[in-house]
Design a protein around this ligand. Sequence first.
Ligand code: ADP
Ligand code: ZN
Length: 621
Amino acid sequence: MTKNMNKHSILRDKFGYSYFRPGQEETIDSILAGTDVLAVMPTGAGKSLCYQIPALLLDGITIVISPLISLMKDQVSALREAGCGAAFLNSSLSSGEYACAMRDIAGGNVQLLYIAPERLQKTDMLNFADNYNIPLVVVDEAHCVSQWGHDFRTSYLQIADFINGMDTRPVVAAFTATATVKVRDDIKKMLALRGPFVINTGYDRPNLYFEVQKPKDKKAALLECLEKRKNSSGIIYCATRKTVDETCRMLISCGIDAARYHAGLDDSERRKNQDDFIYDRRPVMVATNAFGMGINKSNVSFVIHYNMPKNIESYYQEAGRAGRDGAPADCILLYSGQDVRINQYLITHNDEEETVNEKLAAHNLELLKQMTFYAMADSCLRRRLLAYFGESAPAVCGHCSICLTEFNETDITIEAKKIVSCVYRLKQRSRSFGKTMITDILRGSKNEKILRFGLDTLSTWGIMSETDAHRIRIIMDYLIDEGLLMQEGSEYPVITLGEAGALLRDEQRVFMKLPQEQRKQSRAKEPFLNAGRVSIPSAPEIQDAPEDLDEALLDKLKKLRKELAASESVPAYIVFSDASLRDMCKKMPVTLDQFTDISGVGRIKLEKYGKPFIALIRENI
Ligand code: ADP
Ligand code: ZN
């Protein structure tokens, strides 16, 4: 181990960064002082450095328990690129590779060893723990230990036993991006943390822009979103495998280079598609939530949810896969009422177990409700997300679709009364229907069902024939939120009367904020300035608005990065993050000395890549 190293010199020399981000330094100090740690930091906050730096400073081998093979591989590649001794042990290794890793370890060349949780019970691991000095055990994605979390893994339950079985108890550091109080308490208990230093840097991701759309035509909305983001890489999440297949096919037929990923594909196709995306050979990935946890790709610049996920935690985690390197990125949710119903069905029906756990289902339905409130929100989206995690935020973030949309307070009394009257008339005939049917009646449809039930004779049939169906739906949703109407039944929900007496008697007026079409100009955000409860670093990374950068040069730098990465068989972002390339566009370094100032350029990367990048920048001055 190199002497005279400290946390600052490693940050600079190995990772190429000048400043710690919020929470990093405190976490590193605690680990080095021998205290257990539970660190809750959002995706992209830089959790890895919090344990990698101590691992490089401590004698012995730090074990990092990580749930997914691809994630380990990425981390190890990135560490090796930065000149750090790292290896992993998991089921993907051939016996030759395994032997090679063990030789590296025996030779003292490994300071960070990544292993899968399943491995903990194997005898080689138990012997390993006896034979080597292990100062630190890191539990990545620690929420996997909790049943209340969204990625529970049985294998995580063995971690505490593994640690307790070691002759000398190491420091234990647990990391997660998403942890409600319940999950946080579970982590402490299930991992048997001893008097841990708990740090929560807050959930805010200032570089992310949040948007909710309630499109009439999701396909068209999706194509429009992609059209605006042509040269960037992104993920489209769909609720089901079928939707993934259909959407991917649709995009390809429209000339978009999309790949797909879900659990129904065979291993080889999944691996190939994932690699195509990670190595930037295909920019768009259409996937179910099976895609993601192990994906470390830091240059994802948008995440579009084609369907609404089942809870805010999943949403925030999936959306949070955008912009991990701190560069600006967009998170867009395309909402429809159908999404709510599909989720309700999935929660209340369980394929694998005979009986549904009622308590868990009730809990999950409540979480779904919160997610739906987000989709229907008429106030700052970021504030809503943060409020869900128990964090306060300004009323207006200035960087979400609500804050950037002009809303008009509109008097909708007449429309509201028409809709409520329709439900009332149906009740008089002892009938109740869902939103679609009510909309059809109001718009004067003569579909088969309407004629069969004789609903075209209702006095409210056709009284909103001039009103767009989408608008009727939005108003109906609002009336449900306000309690004037109610929605009953989970599988086939029907609309019934709520507290609507005053409205029907003309004693109440109803106002609703309806969006105007045009968007206000977005303000560029400075990440980490309001990152929450920990101190602000002395010189935070300041982000540029995209228009400040020479996009043509950025594209050229990306191309060079891709070539260099391909020649080393690593993903492009392992060579440099998008944030580093953006910094190059900003600072335009033309000497090696100047190149050292670029964020993410450590000593090894300077030697390896400095010259070709400088040459390219010189050509473009
Ligand atoms: P997390 O695991 O919390 O999602 P990562 O550890 O993958 O986040 O870090 C996200 C990105 O931020 C990486 O590109 C990493 O190199 C970068 N990063 C981490 N710490 C710093 C820092 N102090 N300054 C600048 N960039 C950083
Ligand atoms: Zn906002």
